[in-house]
Ligand binder design. Sequence first.
Ligand code: BES
Ligand code: ZN
Ligand code: ZN
Length: 478
Amino acid sequence: MKLKLVKTIPTDKSVIYLINKKNKLTKLTFTKAELDFIQQKLKDEATQITINHYSKRSYIQIIENDKPAHIIKENLRKAANKLLATINDHKEKEIIIVDEDSNSELAIAFAEGLTLGNYQFLKYFKDSDKKSSSLKTINIFGDKISQNEVDQIQNTAVAVAYARDLVNEPLSYLTAPKLAEEIVKLGKEAGFETEVFNKKKIETLKMGGLLAVNKGSIDPPTFSVMDWKPKNAVNKKPIILVGKGIVFDTGGLSLKPTKNSMDYMKSDMGGAAAVVGALYAIAKNKLPIHVIGLIPATDNRPNGNAYAPGDVIKMHNGLTVEVLNTDAEGRMILADALSYAQKYDPELVIDVATLTGAAAAAVGSQGIVCMGNAEEKTFEKLKKSGENVYERLVEFPFWEEYGEMIKSDIADLKNVGGSYAGAITAGKFLENFTDYPYIHIDIAGSAFAQTADSYRGKGGTGVGVRLLFDFIGKWANK
Ligand code: BES
Ligand code: ZN
Ligand code: ZN
């Protein structure tokens, strides 16, 4: 989708008018009959009104004014997605959003809903052209909207689409080496540097967790390092984002029971997709902040050489881990990446991972679980960004006592806790590999939508991209 800022309203194209109920409609160029029709609809509490002019249409979207700003914006994104169905039914290729209210944030939110909602993953269909939705260009007309705002929303929507593509790609295409290749390609497009460590290098670095999970695989592991370091960076110490890159999770020898639990495990690199998408958006929008992304990647599957329950693994930082469940593989690969992050002396490290069924069970598809030892005000900022982009976070406790649950009889740690607090014990496990301010984000519930969820669509949601972009953008401006 192309987004453009326009200075005139073309007369031959369909227009979406964003209208605050308080404002007078007479400013608009409607006939008396049309205005009467609109007034009648408004009396009936309509929020979306379509007026058909045969070759083009006017769509009227009523903006709420009695709710908090972030709710109004989210409702507009959702309304945009609803209107999108009508727009595509009418085979519109190009539309104009006219912001009568002159509130740039609202027009941008509406454009965002249209763009994100219009995403499709058609690569594997024979007749993908026929299935492709008609809308290709959104023009935005509004005196208060800047080119920069339009560019930002365009770049970020592209980043979300790339993240969704990565999640939607099955293992038959997206192996760990392929994921690394895709990261290099996106880096070239967006402007960040990428270095990919191969299995040899990973062995040299003694990343025992990543190597253990990879033992059952037929493909080698990869470890991708993305670096966005602009000359005008406001930070001396980098912010590091770490993403879980399990390209498919069978559970390994502790095999997942097939029905339902394994079907969508191609999405187990949703954390990696979020981090790659965030770096793409950060670099493409040239944010003045030094950010590094780390992606440990492999699939997790059983074979004759697979790591087994009871194995003791020596990790990158020298700690030993007793593996009691090979399905708790995410923490094994993330631990090595978090430990590797120490060498940068980072200002803050955030990992994003589809880590536990427990997090998904606790907050479902609408929530994101977070926890960590970073300052409370950092969490406040992250949660604020979460509300703003509507990828909302719930903070879980990170009390010391939970650490007791992952003590092993024969090694420094074990990779599973008890039957309770599974999301937290996973986070506490990871904390052992950090020596900096740290936040762990578990997106197990929201990375993949099995049923369509408004503009988030069905399949990979790209959750985390807009959250991290918003958070880091504000960090750069603090
Ligand atoms: N990838 C899964 C977590 C997951 C579950 C993500 C559902 C998305 C939806 C993870 O690797 C896993 O299997 N975790 C186990 C850990 C347990 C064995 C301690 C889990 O949550 O059951
Ligand atoms: Zn697993
Ligand atoms: Zn997993």
